[in-house]
Ligand binder design. Structure first.
Ligand SMILES: Cc1cc2nc3c(=O)[nH]c(=O)nc-3n(C[C@H](O)[C@H](O)[C@H](O)COP(=O)(O)O)c2cc1C
Ligand SMILES: CCCCC(=O)C(=O)O
Length: 363
């Protein structure tokens, strides 16, 4: 690739060049056969856009409100771990990039900078992401999130144990110190099985956590809870019954259970089950503004961006994060103008044509 990157896929190329292979493999990889990893991207290609013509598109407004927070676009930085493996400034640089673009920053509890360091680094609206950890870890996280001005809790529920990323296992990757755990678990978690990432997970996760435990989490915090990892209408209905403030359709960027469907192909089902009762957010495979448009058309309130942000961070630190988000924003703006949508609310279900619909048309 010659010159500056012109799309987020070219940022991946830059990142691949600067990162040690073992870290590039960690960031880019998925579980086992990586069927879902490919599908998350491919399924977007099978959805086409139904544009409307002769609409006054002289002004395009991408702004939206997510859990009461106005943001410049329906984009959230997905919580992803270990940013210092991509860049020495880690999550602090990512959060500053998000703040510069006025989008929400998702901070993983398995970050390499502490929650406190990220909180004091910039004014980005921040959500903290947690797993179904053992209760004493969750209770500690909640207190610190409230004290440090985090605005929501993202509870990731697709990880009762860690998915098998075979490249990580083969490379015997050693996890960086996850500083948020300091004082809570032994920071010297090591394993003779190769990668110690799994040892971390085994030490901290509570695989017995289930639906009733959401009531417990709600009882110890006033922060709204977003449940991340919903892939079926049945679970969306249960999540609403459990009282969550929002649902994130996600397969963890294809890093947990392989052979789950591409997230974009189950969005319709989840949105249908939710019936507008809570906002539905979406992640997995977003690489283009057209992908964001498709997710919004299928009913997502906003999308979370995982790997592209990490690639921006690896390539150029805070500036790279900002450039990746700006690129996606510019592409979404362009898509809205060419499809005849002036605001995000103008984007409707009838603006896309899915694979199923194409199939039915042929019958
Ligand atoms: C390197 C990496 C680390 C991740 N770490 C976490 C995490 O700690 N917690 C979590 O809920 N999701 C994690 N995810 C999943 C993301 O939040 C998100 O669901 C996924 O990356 C979206 O897909 P995309 O990368 O195609 O945008 C991680 C993803 C990647 C690529
Ligand atoms: C123990 C770290 C978990 C990070 C994670 O969720 C992922 O790599 O997908």
């Amino acid at each position: 690739m010659a010159g500056e990157p012109v799309n987020v896929n070219e940022f991946e190329e830059l990142a691949r060049k600067v990162l040690p292979k073992i870290y590039y493999d960690f960031f880019s990889g998925g579980a086992e056969d990586q069927y879902t990893l490919k599908e998350n991207i491919e399924a977007f290609r099978r959805i086409t856009i139904r544009p409307r013509i002769l609409v006054d598109v002289s002004k395009i407004d991408m702004s939206t409100i997510i859990l009461g927070h106005r943001t410049s676009a329906p984009i959230i930085v997905a919580p992803t771990s270990s940013h210092q493996l991509a860049h020495p400034e880690g999550e602090v640089a990512t959060a500053r990039g998000a703040a510069a673009c006025n989008v929400i920053m998702g901070v993983a509890f398995t970050s390499t900078c502490t929650m406190e360091e990220v909180a004091s680094s910039c004014k980005a609206v921040r959500f903290i992401q947690t797993f179904a950890f053992k209760r004493e870890i969750t209770a500690n996280m909640v207190q610190r999130a409230e004290r440090n001005g985090f605005r929501a809790i993202i509870l990731t529920v697709d990880t009762p144990r860690l998915g098998r990323k075979e490249a990580v296992i083969k490379n015997k990757m050693i996890a960086p110190p996850f500083k948020n755990f300091e004082g809570l678990i032994s920071t010297e978690v090591v394993s003779d099985k190769g990668s110690n990432v799994e040892a971390y997970a085994a030490e901290t996760l509570d695989p017995s956590f289930c639906w009733k435990d959401i009531a417990w989490l709600k009882s110890i915090t006033k922060l709204p809870i977003l449940i991340k990892g919903v892939l079926t209408g049945e679970d969306a209905t249960k999540a609403i019954e459990a009282g969550v403030a929002g649902i994130i359709v996600s397969n963890h960027g294809a890093r947990q259970l392989d052979y789950t469907p591409a997230t974009i192909s189950v969005l319709d089902e989840v949105v249908h089950a939710v019936q507008g009762k809570v906002p539905v957010l979406f992640d997995g495979g977003i690489r283009r503004g057209t992908d964001i448009f498709k997710a919004l058309a299928l009913g997502a309130k906003a999308v979370l961006i995982g790997r592209p942000v990490i690639y921006g961070l690896a390539a150029k630190g805070e500036t790279g994060v900002k450039q990746v988000i700006e690129m996606l924003k510019n592409e979404l703006e362009q898509t809205m103008a060419l499809a005849g949508c002036c605001t995000v609310d103008d984007i409707t279900r009838s603006h896309v044509f899915t694979e199923t619909e194409r199939f039915l048309c042929r019958m």
